[in-house]
Design a protein around this ligand. Structure first.
Ligand SMILES: Nc1ncnc2c1ncn2[C@@H]1O[C@H](COP(=O)(O)OP(=O)(O)O)[C@@H](O)[C@H]1O
Ligand SMILES: [Mg+2]
Length: 352
């Protein structure tokens, strides 16, 4: 049997570069080497492409923060990609999960794993994902949209009408529409980078300034007092949803450190919730995936509000964390699909 030539791309130019190294090396380690001839491609933080030259059978999972050492520069990434039959971009965040690399692969007519250009970019941009969820009538946290342009803050209302406001005026809008605490997020972010929880006006102002270092679009969101649950969506012949996993962050919310550094953070699979709630989460996950025109895979994250049991969508991750201990592969493992077989399914769908 001819092996399928599979390009696995990891690293990348986003704030989630280090996480992607861990996801990418986990994918390589778990791929069936009998089926695939693997082309491991590492993109550094500046955007240079390298071949990861370590013996493919000896590639082990690199921890978050570990460097990719054995590597040679790829002079012509496009020529290198042309060699591959299919590509798995295991990239998180900007320039990877946002439709840019997907656009490049479209131009090369290369099949690839995961969501296409539109779903990738919509889901990367929290403000725009919210517009789609609104239209699909999926419950979500109330929010305010602010932009920063030429050192000025602009409040963008529901009709996209724009008002130049100073931060005190923005705080006034927050007071009227949301109350405290609120979450302040760069619209394009991931792994909680740039996100702060603000408990009062001073913290809000600081958080908006902080978020604006990461993106010119900023989302201010009402706080949801809920349990955090996640559902894995996989497209095979049809779109399937996994069982539900619950996150128990070791900090006030699921920050970068709580996600990757604090061993006290826990996940519970399957989540201890009623079958009725679980079904509601699963069907909403599929609805959201379809609403953004997703393909291949996504992890859809929710809150279940304490007291009311309202199922509230938080976000869709089109390239979720893919380490062996990440929620996405663990949820499918719980469903009887192990990591290696899950990768087979995703690649099979890409080349179909
Ligand atoms: N509206 C909210 N209410 C309560 N907690 C929130 C809210 N938004 C975000 N969080 C907390 O912040 C974390 C990161 O926010 P999220 O929007 O998921 O960003 P990222 O894309 O970086 O994962 C969530 O996992 C959750 O713990
Ligand atoms: Mg998240």
């Amino acid at each position: 049997m001819n092996k399928l030539k599979l390009g696995v791309i990891f690293g990348g130019m986003s704030t989630e570069h280090d996480v992607s190294i861990t996801s990418g090396t986990s994918v390589i380690k778990n791929l069936d080497k009998e089926k695939y001839e693997i082309y491991p491609i590492y993109i550094d933080k500046k955007g240079k492409w390298y071949e990861y030259t370590k013996d493919i059978n000896e590639i082990d999972v690199l921890e978050v923060g570990e460097e990719v050492k054995e590597k040679t520069l790829i002079q012509n990434p496009i020529e290198y990609l042309e060699e591959c039959d299919v590509v798995f971009p295991v990239l998180h965040g900007l320039y990877g999960e946002d439709g840019t690399i997907q656009g490049m692969l479209e131009l090369l007519k290369k099949p690839y794993v995961g969501c296409k250009v539109l779903a990738s970019s919509v889901c990367m941009d929290k403000v725009y994902a919210k517009l789609v969820f609104d239209r699909a009538e999926i419950e979500q946290a109330k929010y305010i949209y602010v932009k920063k342009e030429n050192d000025k803050y602009i409040y963008v209302d529901n009709n996209f009408d724009e008002y130049t406001y100073n931060l005190e005026k923005i705080a006034q809008v927050v007071n009227e529409k949301l109350g405290y605490p609120v979450f302040v997020k760069p619209s394009n972010s991931g792994s909680s980078v740039g996100i702060k929880k603000a408990h009062n006006e001073d913290e809000l102002i600081e958080a908006v300034e902080y978020a604006s270092n990461f993106d010119r679009k900023i989302l201010i969101e009402e706080n949801i007092n809920g349990r955090e649950v996640e559902c894995a969506v996989l497209e095979t012949e049809d779109v399937k949803a996994s069982c539900i996993g619950e996150i128990l962050p070791a900090e006030e919310f699921y920050t970068f450190d709580a996600k990757y550094k604090n061993a006290e953070s826990r996940v519970v699979i399957p989540a201890e919730i009623s079958e009725e709630l679980s079904n509601k989460v699963r069907s909403t996950a599929i609805k959201a995936f379809k609403a953004v025109d997703g393909s291949g895979l996504s992890r859809v994250d929710f809150f279940i509000e304490k007291g009311t049991d309202r199922v509230i969508i938080n976000e869709i991750n089109t390239m979720p964390g893919f380490t062996q201990i990440s929620m996405y592969p663990k949820l499918w493992n719980e469903m009887g699909l192990n990591y290696t077989k899950l990768l087979d399914e995703l690649i099979k769908l890409a080349v179909k």
